[in-house]
Design a protein around this ligand. Sequence first.
Ligand code: ATP
Ligand code: MG
Length: 261
Amino acid sequence: MSLLAVSNLAKHYRRGGKPFAAVDDVSFEIGPAETLALAGPSGSGKSTIARLVSRLLEPDSGRIDFEGTDFLALSGARLRARRARLQMVFQDPLAAFNPRATVARVLDDPLRVHGIAPRAERPRRIAALLERVGLDAGLTARAIHEISGGQRQRIAIARAIATRPSLVVLDEAVSALDVSVRGQILELLLDLQRQERIAYLFISHDLGVIRAVAHRVVILDAGRVAESGDARTVIASPQSAIGKALVAATPKLGRTSQDAS
Ligand SMILES: Nc1ncnc2c1ncn2[C@@H]1O[C@H](COP(=O)(O)OP(=O)(O)OP(=O)(O)O)[C@@H](O)[C@H]1O
Ligand SMILES: [Mg+2]
């Protein structure tokens, strides 16, 4: 059974007074512990889909089933409870967090809000989360703006997994990181997926990264699904015009160390 099933999702905005479809009849499924990538050029609707799936934005039509429930029908306490199971990580954690908040505060919030652990137990939980994402427990007193971009993205991941989600939506979560830090964060994500069976909706414009981490890929063009399938197969021989253009625009899609394993 699928963990997330998105069916015929649509979202319109207005441009120059006229409505246009940012997301147009999009359907896909994600299974438990699976990574589905969304690729496509800038403006093709990737972030809009991420926001719809996370219910930060309401669709005009369509259906979202998450963990066997009609996700769009939930509200209030039931929505909050289910939302703990679906977390998001954005490209820029400085924008997502209060930059003056301490690391401890950022990690304490989800534990408190979702009633995961009583106050006395939370410092221990926070230390365990930091360890889980490969950070030193000594970081807790630091402010978010006082740590590196890579450390900040680890904190964002720690916060996302604090509520034990089954699905994490990652919108260009590694795009702003330099290559070596990006590799480490991707390794961490793969490790968490193996250990805790987390599924990812992985949004990236980088087909090289998608090829390294995703099981399947959906390629979007102007809000519509242009093609989808096994990530390696689609990237090796794209069928759609936009898929071909994206592959052609990505240098170094040759063999990677992943191929050897
Ligand atoms: N709040 C909004 N109001 C009006 N139009 C919007 C709004 N948000 C997004 N759009 C438009 O919807 C389309 C899809 O935007 P979206 O941010 O989903 O694209 P994207 O694929 O994430 O692009 P990028 O790769 O640049 O992040 C674009 O044409 C964008 O300009
Ligand atoms: Mg985007």
